[in-house]
Design a protein around this ligand. Structure first.
Ligand SMILES: Nc1ncnc2c1ncn2[C@@H]1O[C@H](COP(=O)(O)OP(=O)(O)OP(=O)(O)O)[C@@H](O)[C@H]1O
Ligand SMILES: [Mg+2]
Length: 223
């Protein structure tokens, strides 16, 4: 079986005032198989978001390597990493991160625009994605006019816009009530069934039943 994510001795160190070092990641060797559904758990401050951000190409490690689909993303320049973020990975944040001035449809279509897809096709695809997450009757709503669960479903539709093989989500249910959270996990489970690789951070032990593997982080290490 092919590994879609491989990290090698991944480290992220922050040097604070008074030369105090914080090891947000302290030598992480992680392998995730293509098509797996993996949940990362661990206490606050254990390095989960740091790990997700580095894998998502949103942050750089202090040392170590990350391979995604056999590409060493830690060696890419800024332009190449932007292409990686647009094509290979869909990132879902705890706080949704939608663009407040744009409608649901425009938010989902935006990554398609950045990939040079024409207007007709992008609106078509955005509509299909919003239908898939159960929001085809909210196309012209702006984020503030939607519930948290609805906003997160839009964020998932947006993450899927360019049909990435890998979805990375950092506490996607953290700001949601139980029912909305379950709904988000069901959608992720469906994407997993369709063959995508899903890597999710969660604090909620009830979510582990969706995963085929749970990893635990503590003090910047996998335990
Ligand atoms: N920009 C930064 N500067 C200094 N320290 C940082 C920075 N970002 C993160 N850290 C530290 O790195 C450690 C890991 O942070 P991280 O956000 O990865 O934790 P987490 O496991 O996601 O926690 P939570 O469950 O609260 O989201 C923490 O101790 C944090 O204080
Ligand atoms: Mg975090």
């Amino acid at each position: 079986m092919k590994q879609i994510i491989v990290t090698q001795d991944l480290r992220k160190t922050y040097v604070m005032e008074g030369d105090i070092e914080i090891k947000a990641l302290d030598g992480v060797d992680l392998e995730i198989e293509e098509g797996a559904f993996v949940i990362a758990m661990g206490p606050s401050g254990s390095g989960k978001s740091t790990l997700m951000h580095i894998i998502g190409g949103l942050d750089r490690p202090s040392s170590g390597k990350v391979f995604v689909n056999d590409e060493a993303i830690t060696e890419l320049d800024e332009h190449q990493i932007a292409v990686y973020r647009r094509r290979t990975i869909g990132f879902v944040f705890q706080s949704f991160n939608l663009i407040p001035t744009m409608t649901a449809l425009e938010n989902v279509a935006l990554p398609l625009r950045l990939n040079g897809v024409g207007r007709r096709e992008r609106l078509h695809r955005a509509f299909d994605l919003l239908s898939m997450v159960g929001l085809k009757d909210r196309l012209y709503h702006k984020p503030t006019q939607l519930s948290g669960g609805q906003q997160q479903r839009i964020a998932i539709a947006r993450a899927l816009a360019n049909d990435p093989p890998l979805i990375v989500a950092d506490e996607p249910t953290g700001n949601l009530d139980t029912t909305s959270g379950e709904n988000i996990m069901e959608i992720l489970a469906e994407l997993h069934k369709q063959g995508r690789t899903i890597f999710v951070v969660s604090h909620d032990p009830r979510m582990t039943r969706y995963a085929d593997r749970v990893i635990h982080m503590l003090d910047g290490k996998m335990v």
